[in-house]
Every structure is written in C-alpha cells, then in structure tokens.
Ligand binder design. Structure first.
Ligand code: RIB
Ligand code: CA
Length: 311
C-alpha cells in the first residue's frame, strides 16, 4: 500500500482526486494540505473539509496552507470552478475542523516522521511544497516521489504558453523541479485528453447514491465550463489522473526528460520547458506523461464513486 499526501486547491478535479485516493485499497491517504489556487485559501480549505464530510472520511487530517504565491498575487479560476470553487451542487457544511498546524509544518512533520518514504501528490500551485522544501530541505531526501498534476509539453490553458498550477506560482515550481526529488508530471497533454463526458456524467447521475447524486451535478458544472471555454466535450479531471496513476501506473505512459520552469518570460511565464529530444543535455529530472488510457481511468473513477456510495 502506497502512503501518500495530497496538496490541493479544491476545485472539482481536486475533489475527484481526494475521492479516488480515499476509496482505493492501494493507497493510504495520510493527510491533505490546501493551497490558494482555483479559489482563495479559505475556500479551498473549506472545500477539502466539505469533500471529506461528504464521503465520510473526516478522519483524514486537513491543514491549511498558503493564501498566495511566493512572490506574486494570486490568480484564481472562478470561470472554471465558480465562486465557491466547487459550484454545481450544495455540499454539506464541514463536519470537522482542520488541524491547527500550518500546511507547511504539517507536510514537514508528516514526511520526516514517516517510517517509510512517502509519495507527495500536489494538484494545485506548488507554493506549500516549495515553502516546505525551503524551510526544511531534509524532506527532499525523505520523499519517494512527487506525482504532480501540472505543466504541459504541447498543451496549455491559463495562457497559450502555460498550465494553471505552474503559472500561478512559477517560482515555487522552479524550487520543486530543481529539488532533486523524482517527479512524475501529469500534465495537460494527457489530462485534456482524458475527458469524463456528458454521457459519463449522466451514467453517474443514474447511480443516485449519496455521493454520486452530489458529484454528478458538480461535474456537469465543471464540464460545461470547460466546454464553454475550451470547447471540450466533457470534464478534464486533471488531478484525479495523478492519483489514478498511483493506483494503476499503466493508466499513463511517461518519458524521462529534463523539465525546467520559465519564471521571467512576459509571454511564457510558468511554461514547463520539456526537453523532449534531449537537446539541452540538462539532467533528466522528470517522468512526463504523454499517453493516457482513458477507459481505464473512467473505470477507476466509477469504481471509486460506487465504493463511496455504499460506504
Ligand atoms: O490546469 C489544471 C489544474 O489547475 C488543476 O489542478 C485544476 O484543479 C487547477 O488547479
Ligand atoms: Ca487543482
């Protein structure tokens, strides 16, 4: 069983990542830390607590983190996730408070006290992760791997050159990609292909269980927002694919290459510069996802919701 931590900015797809992780027998979700990104720090924190309340997992500790990037003002995504960060359905009020500790200290303590190396799964801007590495660099030798949703080789969303999580805090991403921790980058090249379609959402709605009857309208909101903005025929459940890879590694295919982060370009801020052909001779620091098995991904998602409906 792989022991993991999720650092996230819920967000509809972050919510699905939490659901996938907390319903899998392959994973032990030790804790969740939240960061400002899709919405403000307060809203992403509350959304993580609401998600755990909905699925009956208030035993999983949640620690709130950074309310803004290291050096920049926060860029949110209300056009995609709505004013609440989880628009589309009424979620239960949190049935639990988070831990007192700041997310950065929670990450450091959990990683350093673990008897076995942990896997860290960031699915939002990398502010908390960078701060933790800067505050206690020892964690970089204690982590087994970072499997992050972020970046892209050929795709983009927040600007023509960048993916949202990296764009929001490129300096933090530069710290993380330069940390020496093995990284798997689950980027838009695969997540924008792994759409959860409107027909899949209808199928989910027909389950009519205590979780599925809430998730279906949430995903319909998210899918419609992505259709309106990008013309997608469904919901790209970006963050959940990072978790799916930990459950069934074969859900994506990766290639090892150097990835560096652009922090200065006026047009290219936040670009993950992926050296696909090895031209730079820089160290290959990242396994980059380039192919996805969407039917396997959907199978894992439906399995997870069915488990949570009956728990
Ligand atoms: O670009 C997609 C990523 O940005 C996802 O993690 C989404 O939740 C937002 O954080
Ligand atoms: Ca996210």
């Amino acid at each position: 069983m792989k022991r993991i931590l999720i650092d996230c900015d819920p967000g509809h797809d972050d919510m699905m990542a939490i659901m996938l992780a907390s319903s899998s027998n392959e994973l032990e979700l030790l804790g969740i830390t939240t960061v400002a990104g899709n919405q403000t720090g307060e809203k992403t924190y509350q959304n993580a607590l609401k998600t755990l309340t909905l699925i009956g997992r208030t035993d999983i500790p949640v620690a709130r983190g950074a309310d803004k990037p290291l050096f920049r003002e926060l860029t949110g995504a209300p056009e995609i996730h709505g004013v609440s960060g989880l628009d589309g359905a009424d979620l239960p009020e949190p049935g639990v408070q988070g831990v007192e500790q700041h997310a950065v200290d929670f990450l450091i303590q959990t990683i350093m006290e673990s008897g076995t190396p942990l896997t860290l799964v960031p699915t939002g801007p990398l502010t908390n992760v960078a701060l933790a590495m800067l505050k206690d660099p020892r964690i970089t030798t204690k982590l087994e791997r970072i499997v992050l949703m972020g970046g892209a080789v050929f795709d983009s969303n927040i600007t023509p050159a960048a993916e949202f999580n990296i764009y929001v805090d490129p300096e933090a991403a530069k710290v993380v990609f330069g940390s020496g921790v093995p990284i798997t980058m689950v980027g838009l090249d695969v997540t924008n292909k792994a759409l959860f379609g409107f027909d899949d959402i209808e199928e989910l709605s027909r389950l009519n269980g205590k979780v599925s009857r809430v998730v279906a309208p949430l995903l319909k909101f998210f899918a419609q927002a992505n259709k309106d903005i990008f013309g997608f025929d469904g919901a790209p459940l970006h963050d959940a694919l990072a978790i799916a890879h930990l459950i069934k590694p074969e859900v994506i295919k990766t290639r090892n290459m150097n990835v560096e982060i652009e922090t200065e370009g006026a047009l290219t801020r936040g670009r993950t510069v992926a050296d696909v052909y090895g031209i730079s001779n820089r160290t290959a620091n990242t396994d980059v996802a380039l192919e996805v098995n969407n039917s396997l991904f959907k199978e894992l998602l439906f399995q997870a919701i069915e488990v949570l409906d009956t728990r």
